[in-house]
Write a protein that binds this ligand. Sequence first.
Ligand SMILES: [Zn+2]
Ligand SMILES: [Zn+2]
Length: 160
Amino acid sequence: MNRPSARIATKPVRVEDALRRAGLKRTPQRLEIYRLLAETGDHPDIETIYRNTRRTMTAISLDTVYRTLDLFRELGLVTTVRPRPDRVRFDANTDPHHHFICEACGSISDFEDRTLDDWPVPEAARALGFVRSARVDILGLCPNCVRAKKTAKKQSMRRD
Ligand SMILES: [Zn+2]
Ligand SMILES: [Zn+2]
């Protein structure tokens, strides 16, 4: 089920411009990977992006997907989220925004908040190095997981 409120539309994309400016080829693979990423608010991981790309480009390799995402990151076309240290997720929404991360199923939803955008980065953080941007990750349980937990609890109470 889609939750439209959690999806923040990505600005009309200039992937072609970005590639042209960098003097890089606008290969069908690059355009397709970007299109898939820009269309979803799901913050997919590399395996998911690979799987979806293969639906239309059966011959694409995982290595190509890796290198393309790396390139997009260098060009500032995507950002990454790491809900877990071993799991990188990709985000084509490069506008300032924050994340609600479900610790049970790993779903990541975007939200915007002006107060958080204007929040002054603490001196303690500035003292650690040059600050490029700041983002807030809210951790918790998504509505689906809250429901699943309640159901599981009810079932276990019935068993007792
Ligand atoms: Zn969840
Ligand atoms: Zn995001």
